[in-house]
Design a protein around this ligand. Structure first.
Ligand code: ADP
Ligand code: MG
Length: 247
């Protein structure tokens, strides 16, 4: 059975989709067969981030509207890496169990299913949480993002994911800014959310421009190294934060 992982935050623009993409690529490179589901109706970005916007034919809306098989809504990106895009427009009712239904159909096909949640503490977060075994919250190290992650975690818990099965990833971390008290420190984020730390991703200057330039951080970058260590931790390895390399 696939391990089903929710990537959530409550707040928008903190790096859920970016993290979902890099995590999925990394796990696929570690021989895991990975499906990423873009849950964000109308505001989906994963097809662009994966560089396949012209290849999208179906989305999970076809599973609702036409009763098409979940498999038919899956797009192969590369070896071991698959995407189920979100619809650009959808006006019908989205069933509460849409993602649960989809993951149930595809459970035997993948090792890992990542569901990239939309922003908000709403019905979509509920639908995503309901389909997942565990959750990773992405937050930047500021009061607003951290409060939103804490609120999202309370909501996610209501839909069946235990705090023990939640982790937090701190994104866009700049050590110097934290030292000058312009960002929260790591302990502050953990204390304010009550969620154990999975990893820290640094600010990377290439990441915001990727969708235009197609130029991604190099495999030797601190950012990719941090993603790699997060993926290893998820696979049960005990790896250090390697925090010395952060600026
Ligand atoms: N580690 C990072 N360094 C620099 N920019 C980042 C980083 N992570 C995300 N971003 C940028 O932040 C913005 C929001 O990221 P996105 O993944 O779309 O957030 P979300 O899915 O939470 O709304 C994008 O412009 C993205 O390129
Ligand atoms: Mg997103």
């Amino acid at each position: 059975m696939a391990e089903k992982i929710l990537i959530a935050s409550g707040k928008g623009g903190v790096g859920k989709s970016t993290f979902s993409v890099f995590l999925a690529k990394n796990l696929a490179g570690k021989d895991k067969k990975v499906l990423v589901i873009d849950s964000d109706t109308g505001l989906g970005s994963l097809d662009i981030l994966f560089g396949v916007p012209d290849k999208v034919v179906n989305s999970w809306a076809d599973v609702i509207a036409d009763g098409c098989d979940a498999k038919q809504a899956v797009l192969e990106i590369s070896t071991n890496l698959y995407l189920m895009p979100s619809p650009r427009f959808f006006e019908g009712e989205i069933p509460d169990d849409i993602f649960k239904n989809i993951t149930r159909q595809l459970d035997d096909e993948y090792d890992v299913v990542i569901i990239d949640a939309s922003a908000g503490i709403d019905d979509n977060l509920k639908r995503c949480a309901y389909a997942c075994d565990r959750a990773i919250f992405v937050a930047t190290a500021d009061e607003i993002s951290v409060r939103c992650a804490a609120s999202a975690a309370i909501e996610v818990q209501k839909h069946g994911i235990l705090y023990d099965d939640m982790r937090i990833v701190i994104n866009r971390y700049v050590k110097k800014a934290a030292l000058k008290s312009k960002l929260l420190n790591i302990d502050g984020v953990i204390d304010k959310t009550g969620i154990s730390l999975l990893g820290i991703l640094p600010e990377d200057k290439k990441v915001p421009f990727m969708s235009v330039t197609n130029d991604t951080p190099s495999s030797k970058s601190v950012f990719i190294g941090a993603v790699d260590r997060i993926a290893d931790r998820m696979l049960g390895k005990n790896v250090p934060l390697n925090f010395k390399k952060f600026k």
